[in-house]
Design a protein around this ligand. Structure first.
Ligand code: GDP
Ligand code: MG
Length: 297
């Protein structure tokens, strides 16, 4: 290890659907954070450790700040981001420039402004922001408040490497309190991905498949609880509950002749087999429980 190594906490900030999870997946190079065309699929903060010759970074992919805070879950999510921001050495404000600037953007801009950390303004989705869909000029006024500015496409991985370089350039030379301990802890965790328990990882994969299969029909209020993970050598047996708040949704998730739940199970199983390099037996049960959001922490 060279003397110039840097250690830092970096928060990805942006409204839901800005591309935070996509960016983090590109940076880490493997699937760690679920992405889908539906916003707000990242409900919990996802932490991921990035390591290269310049140092180590703990990234956190914040659940977006939701505009409407009617339900209990959204309220809890909205409380989470500012806490992350206080601990950050650097904030990357990710803007979807293919979309018109609205109140949600103003909210995250406000959060970034209030953070004492270093700041990078990252214009995302440059691959589709063309002609009338290019809203980059709406943000020019912000540039002087930021330590650096970059245009990227998280999806196509355009300029993502330069973004990482810029992050390392701006990280403080002196590591912040407790970060080395946190990194050690993440490195010691036995999980397909650093910073997450394997239960969380498995449940996020199942939840992602449910979102992808059901698309617009699925409400946010779906959670996955892992009941059992047994590694039997050549096969891993996983039992999990898909929890929803409503009988109507339960029916939808199961589908006619259980075709929908089978599709979800199949897709999740394939991905879990890929990650674990083992055969996976996945047993999914759909449960409707109006009270689960109260247990959500
Ligand atoms: P998050 O809510 O900020 O975590 O956003 P996601 O990472 O889940 O992305 C939301 C949607 O935008 C997904 O459908 C992504 O594939 C898409 N997306 C993210 N980055 C880009 C990009 O650079 N270009 C394009 N065309 N789509 C993107
Ligand atoms: Mg996300």
């Amino acid at each position: 290890m060279s003397k110039t190594q840097k250690f830092g906490r970096v928060v990805l900030l942006g409204r839901p659907n800005a591309g935070k999870s996509t960016l983090l997946n590109q940076i880490i190079g493997q699937k760690i954070s679920i992405t889908s065309p539906r916003p707000q699929t990242t409900r919990k903060n996802t932490l991921a450790l990035f390591v290269n010759s310049r140092g180590k970074i703990i990234f956190s992919d914040t659940p977006g700040i939701m505009h409407k805070v009617e339900d209990l879950i959204s309220k809890k999510i909205n409380l989470k981001t500012p806490k992350e921001l206080n601990k950050a050495d650097l904030v990357v404000l990710l803007i979807d420039i293919s979309r018109q600037k609205g109140e949600e953007e103003n909210k995250v801009i406000g959060l970034a402004r209030n953070s004492p950390a270093k700041k990078i303004l990252a214009y995302n989705k440059i691959d589709i922001a063309k002609g009338k869909k290019d809203h980059l000029p709406d943000y020019n006024f912000l540039e002087e408040e930021f330590d650096d500015v970059i245009s990227i496409s998280a999806l196509k991985s355009t300029h993502v490497k330069s973004l990482i370089e810029k992050i390392f350039d701006l990280l403080p030379v002196k590591a912040s309190v407790g970060i080395k301990k946190d990194i050690k802890l993440m490195e010691s965790q036995k999980s397909p991905i650093p910073g997450q328990s394997s239960d969380t990882y498995i449940s996020e994969i199942i939840r992602e498949k449910a979102f992808l299969v059901l698309r617009k029909e699925l409400p946010y209020t779906v959670s996955v609880e892992i009941k059992e993970v047994k590694d039997k050598g050549n096969i891993i047996v996983i039992k999990a509950d898909i929890l929803t708040t409503d009988k109507r949704y339960k029916k939808m998730i199961i589908g006619k002749k259980a075709t929908t739940i089978k599709k979800i199970g199949q897709r999740a199983r394939k991905e879990l087999e890929l990650v674990s390099q083992k055969k996976v037996y996945l047993d999914l049960t759909v449960i409707s429980d109006p009270h689960w959001p109260e247990r959500f922490v």
